[in-house]
Design a protein around this ligand. Structure first.
Ligand SMILES: [Ca+2]
Ligand SMILES: [Zn+2]
Length: 753
């Protein structure tokens, strides 16, 4: 007999004993043990079978059991006893199929007939076949607990039968309440914590305390979150009003609690955060049974045990901390089953915080990527912390490895770095690392998506420093022997993708969509950075046709364009266009001698659109002068959209310069007043007739289409350009200082000072 069968047998024996005890001992005389359920929260309710009337009988009847294997004999015992008791059933009742449990004797050879020798006879006396038949009334199953028990000895004698929970009256066998109405009633009763997916109601007869049969819809409501303890089974009347007849908690806990730990929330620092630790294995000292914590750090045992100790290491189904500088952290807490036994990894100092932080952030990364990881992908991954080295971390094909602090670098077992290294692990698990640059960029992307900020490697070279900001504009293809540099346009793409999506979606939605697109591409094993971007369009597509766009085409396209990564062409524009214009005549001559808005026109957009703006005139002066021009949808005279910014000079008096700007930008729905600006100091311009035309087109490929990232004039691929307004470019005398910034909508603007 295999161990599994032994387990099964012992469970059945226990069940048998308790069933007998409830009827033999009068309820008033029962000793009430300290039940582990006694401390169950008030909003849990557990079934109480004692409300059902049971009738035991001794039957002097034998059934024929074949000389065969235990399984065959058990089936025969069930079948034969069913036939024997069927005649005993009241009108309308029927037995539903059941499987007999075989207890109390070793399995026997098929060739040995029962009673053939003394050993076999002794075995037959203790051997029993126990069958619990569920019941139906006119084809409708009765709720659990209403059943018919037969106990058959190994020699074929029917020892005991028990009829339980068999009503004499029934309210109906045909429902008049719709299943959806029953679910609605239960949802009202259960509240928001059970607002998970819609259940599939089934008809059952609920037997109430008065032993009356009530036709009901039964189903389970839950929060829908895995590992969540909010699960209830409902019975709702299926005739008359859909009232709740009964509900029960379906989650059973004995020992339960939360596992937490102190971690570095960002980079290593003396200030720590206490967080729940998910996917961590706890072990119960009394029986060695283990449980895994859920997303909120909760664990709960479903089998009873006495007051005992709960122990945990920083290990679970996905990650196993293997500390290199000292024994790996452990914690333990003793407590009774009736109260929460909470464990805390109270880490202090680099040595311990590296362990808790690596564990926390590795599971965070796993969670972020769970949609593309099979349960066996990267399971039981060793995480080596406090390796006696400094300023680096690595993925080695089968483990994550983090170094101690030293040489002015922090301990590397912190969020950004853990994300980056696990990114290599995901890349390896999804078809292998086929492009080193993409792999580095994907690791950085994962860090951006997890930490929701652009710096990968915060405080790496000291407080306030950043190893690799994804907000840097590093253009594709970043030619470098260092794959970390080659990957930078991809991290930039991911960062910009989030910024683009945030124009239309909430932060949570934007990060969720970006994660889906970036991780979906990773699952498809990209050949390189450009392939990964292309795959994000494919992941986003909803009709197998990239040529007509994808739901988030505009955002992905703008993100790709921001780093000049090749991408599928814009879909053709099918939508309407609108236009607006404004002009001034050649006479009287328009004169400008200070920073001014020289024309304005308003355009109304029903929906986000791409706006093309063209403005031109001719300018002359009475002496040498330099001036700037541009357009913007705000009146402040010193701000223009960066791509509209133009510089001009008139080297001598009475010459003419063509002064023009042509520009395109995506703008959100609404009214936009576009101002044409001139910035001049120390001179005067005379303008011939001028015109500004504005045309807007329905944005191709869906909404969100907003910013284009500004690129400096001298920018080369692979060169980083600071985008900070606090970093003004000092211009030659006579020209304004200009700086690059972003307006409230995230669009690139140039500020003249
Ligand atoms: Ca499509
Ligand atoms: Zn790397």
């Amino acid at each position: 007999m295999c161990p599994r069968d032994l387990m099964w047998d012992s469970v059945k024996v226990l069940g048998m004993i308790s069933a007998v005890a409830t009827t033999v001992v009068p309820a008033s005389a029962q000793q009430v043990p300290a039940s582990p359920l006694a401390a169950a929260p008030a909003d849990n309710r557990y079934p109480d079978g004692s409300r059902l009337q049971a009738q035991y009988a001794s039957v002097n009847q034998s059934v024929a059991l074949p000389a065969a294997s235990a399984a065959v004999r058990a089936a025969a015992a069930g079948f034969a006893s069913a036939a024997a008791v069927q005649t005993d059933l009241p009108d309308g009742y029927s037995l539903l199929p059941a499987t007999a449990s075989h207890i109390g004797a070793a399995d026997r050879q098929a060739s040995v007939a029962p009673g053939a020798n003394p050993t076999a006879a002794a075995a037959a006396a203790t051997e029993k076949f126990i069958t619990v038949f569920p019941l139906a009334y006119h084809g409708v199953p009765l709720s659990k607990g209403s059943d018919y028990l037969t106990v058959v000895a190994g020699d074929g004698r029917v020892l005991v039968t028990r009829k339980r929970g068999m009503p004499n009256t029934f309210d109906a066998t045909q429902p008049t309440v719709a299943p959806a109405a029953a679910v609605q009633a239960a949802r009202r009763d259960a509240g928001a914590a059970f607002g998970g997916p819609d259940p599939r109601p089934e008809l059952q007869i609920w037997v109430d305390d008065q032993q009356k049969g009530n036709l009901s819809w039964t189903f389970t409501l839950s929060s829908g979150a895995p590992g969540d303890a909010n699960v209830r089974k409902y019975w709702v009347a299926a005739v008359g009003e859909p009232r709740v007849l009964n509900w029960e908690s379906e989650v059973y806990h004995t020992q339960s609690g939360i596992v937490t730990g102190n971690i570095w929330a960002t980079s290593p620092s003396p200030t720590t955060a206490n967080r729940a630790l998910e996917e961590l294995e706890v072990s119960r000292q009394s029986d060695g049974v283990t449980q895994i914590t859920g997303a909120d750090g909760r664990y709960g045992y479903s089998t009873a045990a006495p007051s005992t100790e709960i122990r945990a290491k920083l290990r679970g189904p996905f990650f196993v901390i293997n500390n290199q500088s000292s024994p790996s952290m452990e914690t333990a807490q003793s407590g009774p089953a009736s109260s929460s036994v909470n464990l805390n990894f109270g880490a202090g100092g680099d040595d311990q915080l590296a362990q808790t932080s690596a564990f926390y952030w590795a599971n965070f990364a796993r969670d972020l990527a769970h949609n593309i990881l099979a349960p066996t992908d990267l399971a039981n991954l060793p995480v080596l912390t406090n390796i006696n080295n400094s300023c680096n971390a690595f993925w080695n094909g089968s483990s994550l490895n983090f170094f101690k602090a030293g040489n002015n670098c922090p301990n590397t077992a912190y969020s950004d770095v853990v994300m980056h290294e696990y990114g290599h692990g995901i890349d390896a698990a999804k078809g292998g690392i086929v492009h080193a640059g993409y792999s580095e960029g994907f690791g950085d992307s994962l860090a951006v998506l997890a930490t929701r900020q652009p710096c990968v490697g915060r405080d790496f070279f000291g407080p306030g420093t950043c190893l690799r900001p994804a907000s840097d504009v590093v253009l594709w293809p970043a030619a470098s022997p260092d794959p970390h540099v080659v990957g930078r346009p991809y991290a930039g793409f991911t960062w910009e993708l989030v910024q683009q999506l945030k124009q239309t979606f909430s932060d949570d939605e934007a990060y969720a969509i970006a994660a889906r697109l970036v991780l979906g591409a990773a699952a498809a094993n990209p050949a390189d950075v450009a392939d990964a971007v292309r795959l994000s369009f494919i992941v986003d597509d909803n009709d197998g046709n990239l040529a007509n766009g994808t739901p988030h085409f505009r955002a992905i396209a703008n993100a790709a364009d921001s780093r000049k990564i090749p991408r599928p062409a814009d879909p053709p524009v099918g939508g309407p266009s609108v236009g607006a214009s404004a002009s001034f005549p050649w006479t009287p001559v328009k004169t400008v001698n200070a920073n001014s808005n020289i024309l304005q026109a308003t355009i109304h957009l029903d929906k986000p659109g791409q706006v093309h703006i063209s403005a031109d005139t001719s300018a002359s002066s009475t002496g040498p002068v330099q001036f700037e021009s541009g357009v913007y949808n705000g009146a402040q005279p010193n701000v223009v959209w960066t791509d509209s910014y133009r510089s001009f000079s008139l080297p001598a008096a009475n010459q003419w310069a063509a002064m023009e700007t042509k520009f395109a930008i995506d703008l959100p729905a609404g009214d936009h007043t576009i101002y044409w600006k001139v910035w001049i100091a120390g001179g005067s311009l005379s303008l011939s007739s001028g015109v500004m035309t504005i045309e807007a087109f329905e944005a191709a490929g869906g909404p969100a289409a907003l910013t284009t990232v500004a690129l400096g004039q001298n920018q080369e691929p692979g060169v980083t350009v600071g985008m900070s307004a606090t970093n003004p470019t000092r211009s030659p005398p006579g020209l304004p200082n200009i700086s690059l910034s972003r307006d409230d909508g995230g669009r690139a603007i140039t500020v003249l000072q």
